[in-house]
Design a protein around this ligand. Structure first.
Ligand code: C2E
Ligand code: CA
Ligand code: CA
Length: 640
């Protein structure tokens, strides 16, 4: 296990604590020895006072020279010192030495005559200084003070007076003072430490906030987002859940900034951040990455629906106009979504992929896009799939399945739609949704459609040769209808297989046509000139007006399956189907209902006088052999 690195504040508090503690201890020790020294000095002063008032009035120092005191002197000293003075000063013992170290007098006569030459204190006092020390005697601690005796300062020392004081009271006083000192010192230092800590903690908190937040909006910044995303990814990996990263980019912010000025731009960003914040739940994170880019981290999402919902709400929140000092400003946002672990399990990959999705949302004008590796020019998955798709085209891994279109009046099969599939050697049968969009975005769709046209027309010819004259429809992509060489290719193919142009139909989705109506018109016109029928696919999804589409050379409209599927339960869908049928009729177009799955829908469509239907109710798209078998069976039942 790695220990967490101590924070700056942690390091500071530890270091300053150690320093202050060391300072406290040193100061305490110095002061304590001062106090002790003071106590000793006090004792020395006391001994000097005793000497001055107790000895000098009764004894001239020169009298000590003789090495002996007269009985009178001894009696006098006994009277002067032994009683009141010794007891008042609470002295334990008093001794008077001659310079040679003999005791000339003591309050206890037993000591008189004793030799004390070996006592160091006594000898030091001979140099003319009062000397003190602490000593253990008879199990008691005593304070010994030696006072030199002489006629005057500067004259020779004639003897030494030694007084013993019990050390306990002094020690007690010293301890008391020391304790008080330590208490005051300790309290002071604790206070100092606390104050310092508060200041530094506050400053560090502010610094940290500044380092992790955006100054303008106060939102978390990129650094904080990075850290939290890292944790969310790890958490998702552990729990098997999903984390989502959403990037939001304001589409017209630069314009506002340039026309209204930076102040207004800043204010707008603050307003944007407020609106977005209102949507973010606890546990999720809204960050500003800089400029007009924001990010939302959803740390744990139960399913993708939740992400889509949040993305939609974020997008919606910015749709309402903003007010900047009386001016209404319209913004639009693009949202890119990347999920972990599916789209990446490290922060930078996830961020990059959310960014790719965001640009895709801008480009496609879809506003919200989830990352799709097929659309990511840098994703290794896409590059390998692209290489594989090229190989699939060369090595015939693609197949066409055919789905019949049924006349609702007669029940007859009036044609088939060719739908491409990929028999992938590893991944099994892939639907067009898994590779057609990739082909569309890489220009490979030109080759793909040529392959489909060739196979579909070839199949048509084969059926015709076998007595089955079924028109085939192929789907064109956006890249195809601006491909001016395509009509020529179609003509050559029809000719090569000997199939009349009117046996081929091209389906173009409404969305596709609208991407470039002018050039689409040219290509579609040329196809029409070959006799090829044109069908408008997925009608209703793109919300374009049918009368505009009237300008295109169309023969047929296919109502998008979402409306057909919904018409039984949803009145709006039913109304759309009805009005589309009416309008198409009015414009002289045939109407195909796609996605017909039930008998009930068939009945409903009949009531609305819809011409043609296609859907699982009749048949799923089938390989050519199976379709032939289905066709024979179907014709038998209809005939009966
Ligand atoms: P589309 O042109 O709208 O094709 C009809 C799609 O609806 C087919 O899906 C078909 O299997 C499905 N479908 C048919 N009947 C029903 C039904 O009753 N219920 C439901 N739920 N679905 C039904 P498929 O084959 O997955 O194709 C999806 C789309 O891929 C097609 O939509 C078309 O836009 C595109 N596509 C297919 N083949 C080609 C192709 O060769 N070239 C191009 N450019 N696009 C193709
Ligand atoms: Ca179609
Ligand atoms: Ca369709």
């Amino acid at each position: 296990m790695r220990l967490p690195r101590p924070s700056l504040l942690g390091a500071f508090s530890l270091l300053s604590f150690l320093l202050i503690a060391a300072l406290g201890i040193t100061l305490g020790l110095v002061l304590q020895s001062r106090i002790e020294r003071r106590a000793l000095l006090d004792a020395e002063r006391l001994a000097e006072v005793v000497t001055r008032v107790g000895v000098y009035p009764h004894l001239a120092p020169r009298e000590l020279r003789g090495g002996q005191l007269s009985a009178d002197r001894i009696t006098e000293l006994n009277v002067a010192l032994r009683g009141s003075l010794v007891e008042d000063a609470r002295m334990a013992r008093v001794k008077l030495y001659a310079v040679d170290g003999h005791v000339l007098w003591s309050d206890d006569p037993r000591f008189i005559g004793e030799d004390a030459w070996s006592e160091t204190g006594y000898r030091r006092a001979l140099s003319g200084r009062t000397v003190s020390s602490v000593d253990d005697a008879d199990g008691r601690r005593l304070l010994e003070v030696y006072v030199p005796l002489r006629a005057r300062i500067g004259r020779p020392v004639e003897g030494v007076l030694e007084t013993y004081l019990p050390y306990e009271p002094v020690a007690r006083a010293v301890a008391e003072d020391t304790w008080r000192l330590f208490a005051v010192l300790g309290a002071g230092l604790v206070l100092l430490y606390a104050t310092l800590f508060r200041i530094v903690a506050g400053a560090s908190r502010r610094l940290r906030r500044q380092a992790l937040h955006d100054a303008l909006t106060g939102l978390p910044n990129r650094v904080l987002l990075h850290g939290r995303t890292e944790r969310a990814i790890a958490n998702a990996r552990r729990t098997g859940r999903t984390a989502a990263l959403l990037l939001i980019d304001l589409d017209r912010f630069k314009e506002v900034n340039d026309t209204l000025g930076h102040d207004h731009g800043d204010e707008l960003l603050v307003q944007v951040s407020r609106r977005l914040s209102a949507i973010i739940r606890r546990g999720d994170l809204l960050a500003r990455l800089g400029g007009d880019e924001f990010a939302v981290l959803l740390a744990e999402v139960p399913h993708r629906g939740v992400v889509a919902e949040v993305a939609a709400r974020l997008h919606q929140a910015l749709e309402r106009p903003f007010e900047l000092r009386g001016v209404a400003v319209d913004l639009e946002a693009s949202v890119g979504v990347a999920l972990s672990p599916v789209h990446g399990d490290d922060v930078s990959t996830l961020l990059r992929r959310a960014d790719v999705a965001m640009y895709e949302a801008k480009r496609s004008r879809a506003r919200i896009e989830t990352y799709d590796f097929e659309r990511d020019p840098y994703s290794p998955e896409r590059l390998s799939l692209l290489a594989e798709l090229r190989r699939a085209l060369d090595e015939d891994e693609l197949v066409l399945h055919y789905q019949p279109k049924i006349s609702l009046n007669t029940g007859a099969v009036i044609g088939v739609e060719a739908l491409v599939r990929w028999e992938h050697p590893q991944r099994g049968l892939l639907g067009p949704g898994e590779f057609v969009p990739l082909a569309e975005r890489t220009g490979m769709v030109a080759d793909l459609t040529r392959w489909v046209l060739d196979r579909a027309v070839g199949q048509c010819a084969a059926w015709r040769a076998a007595g089955l004259d079924l028109p085939v429809a192929v789907n064109l992509a956006a890249g195809n209808i601006v491909d001016s060489a395509l009509p020529e290719f179609a003509a050559a193919t029809l000719e090569r297989y000997g199939v009349p142009g009117n046996r081929l139909e091209c389906e173009i989705s409404e969305h596709t046509v609208m991407s470039d109506p002018h050039r689409a018109g040219d290509v579609l016109g040329s196809l029409r000139d070959l006799g090829v029928r044109l069908s408008l696919d997925d009608f209703g999804k793109g919300q374009s007006s049918l009368s505009y589409l009237k300008r295109l050379p169309l023969d047929e409209v296919k109502i998008d399956r979402s409306f057909i599927m919904g018409m039984a339960d949803d009145d709006d869908d039913a109304a759309i189907v009805r009005s589309t049928i009416d309008l198409a009729r009015h414009l002289g177009l045939e109407v195909v209902a796609e996605g017909v799955e039930t008998e009930e829908i068939v009945d409903g469509l009949r009531d609305l006088r819809c011409d043609i239907a296609q859907g699982f109710h009749f048949s799923r798209p089938l390989p050519s052999d199976s379709l032939r078998a289905w066709f024979d069976e179907h014709t038998r039942t209809v005939g009966a």
